[in-house]
Design a protein around this ligand. Structure first.
Ligand SMILES: [Zn+2]
Length: 380
């Protein structure tokens, strides 16, 4: 235990050096209008039991048509912050009630920390695992919101941190998270504690050790810490309240009803997860497109889901059919995927074998899905 604590201290120092809530602000590709209110139903036993598999049979690799085209090499580039207000161009339904557990492998235990009447989804350019500026890995997601927007607890739990210095300690006013709150939740995952983190706040309305319920307003959006504009930096941490134990919040925040999540494992020709690979996603029934980058296997603080072992996630996709395009080298391949509401759709891509659409073939050896006796049960 002592060794582990020392290890944790070392990790914390590393985290102070490498991780952050260093987040910037840019225009999202879509934004909401209208009134969205997450339904606060009691849902200790979600009823959805649908399979992860798409409705249509997943084609085998040999059946997956791979269209190869030649493309010009495209250098990686960053999209820098813009002062322009986010466009209001989309509406989102209410969220599924939490905890939302469509399969034994899923864990949408959290609501969203920004209200339904605001933009409450991650900025597309500042997703989990992104590398901003120089060697700065993003250990959470950024949610665009004006200064003063209420920040809500994503689930019930006990406040374990309030103030500056979350990452660097000693009430450090230069801490990248700025004024931050962390919550240790009343439920866990696979026997580990779950924490959420809220960074860059302007004001905080809770105190350490206070118990909060999901949806309680814990403070206001601000621009403290490493930011170039007001927004909320939101993290999910598993097992340890440290940025090195962050996981992709898009696999933990309940989706809008009728909308789903796409996760994938993009491999290089050696079979290793490839980082910073741009994946393009096209809706087949509209002209909407999305871009998302993969995250790597060697980034400190970037962790893959125990089951999905993903290196790419994009949430908030309306149910329907999509085309996914992966570039590798000077070629590209594409396949169709189907998104089901409230569920995770998944594919694997290997440059030689192409796409395999469907859930991961087998859970990792060390992964055991939760059983009824240890399925976390949030307290009301
Ligand atoms: Zn951030």
């Amino acid at each position: 235990m002592i060794i582990w604590r020392k290890y944790a201290q070392v990790l914390q120092i590393l985290a102070a050096m490498w991780l952050l809530g260093s987040c910037t602000l840019s225009s999202p590709t879509s934004a909401p209008a209208g009134e969205l209110q997450a339904q606060a139903q009691e849902a200790a036993s979600p009823t959805v039991t649908a399979s992860l598999a798409p409705e249509t049979p997943a084609p085998s690799p040999s059946e997956t048509p791979i269209q190869t085209v030649t493309v010009a090499p495209e250098p990686l580039h960053f999209i820098f912050p813009s002062a322009a207000p986010p466009p209001i161009s989309a509406w989102r339904p209410p969220l599924y009630p939490t905890p939302w557990v469509p399969t034994a492998f899923d864990h949408f235990y959290f609501g969203r920390p920004i209200g339904a009447d605001q933009v409450n989804w991650p900025l597309a350019d500042y997703r989990y695992g992104g590398v901003f500026f120089k060697d700065t890995v993003h250990s959470g997601v950024d949610i665009d919101a004006p200064k003063g927007t209420p920040v809500m607890a994503a689930g019930p739990g006990k406040v374990t941190w309030v103030g500056y210095g979350l990452n660097t300690g000693s009430e450090n006013l230069r801490d990248p998270y700025g004024l931050a709150v962390s919550i240790r939740h009343d439920f866990g995952y696979l026997g580990d504690m779950l924490y959420t983190v809220y960074g860059h706040m302007d004001q905080v309305f809770v105190y350490k050790d206070q118990h909060v319920d999901g949806g309680d307003v814990i403070g206001l959006v601000g621009e403290t810490g490493n930011v170039t504009g007001p927004h909320l930096h939101f993290e999910v941490r598993v097992g340890l309240n440290n940025a090195v134990r962050s996981y992709n919040p898009e696999l933990w925040m309940s989706p809008p009803q009728g909308w789903g999540v796409l996760a994938a494992r993009i491999l290089d020709s050696n079979g290793s997860p490839v980082a910073r690979q741009t994946i393009k996603i096209y809706a087949t029934d509209s002209d909407r497109t999305w871009e998302v980058k993969t995250y790597g296997r060697t980034q400190i603080g970037i962790n893959k889901d125990p089951y999905y072992q993903e290196n790419m996630v994009i949430g908030d996709l309306p149910a329907g059919d999509y085309v996914v395009r992966v570039e590798f080298g000077q070629t590209a391949a594409r396949t169709r995927v189907h998104i089901d509401g409230g569920q995770v759709s998944y594919f694997t891509f290997h440059p030689k074998d192409g796409f395999v659409v469907g859930p991961p073939p087998t859970p990792q050896a060390h992964f055991t899905p939760p059983v009824s006796t240890d399925t976390p049960t949030p307290t009301p």
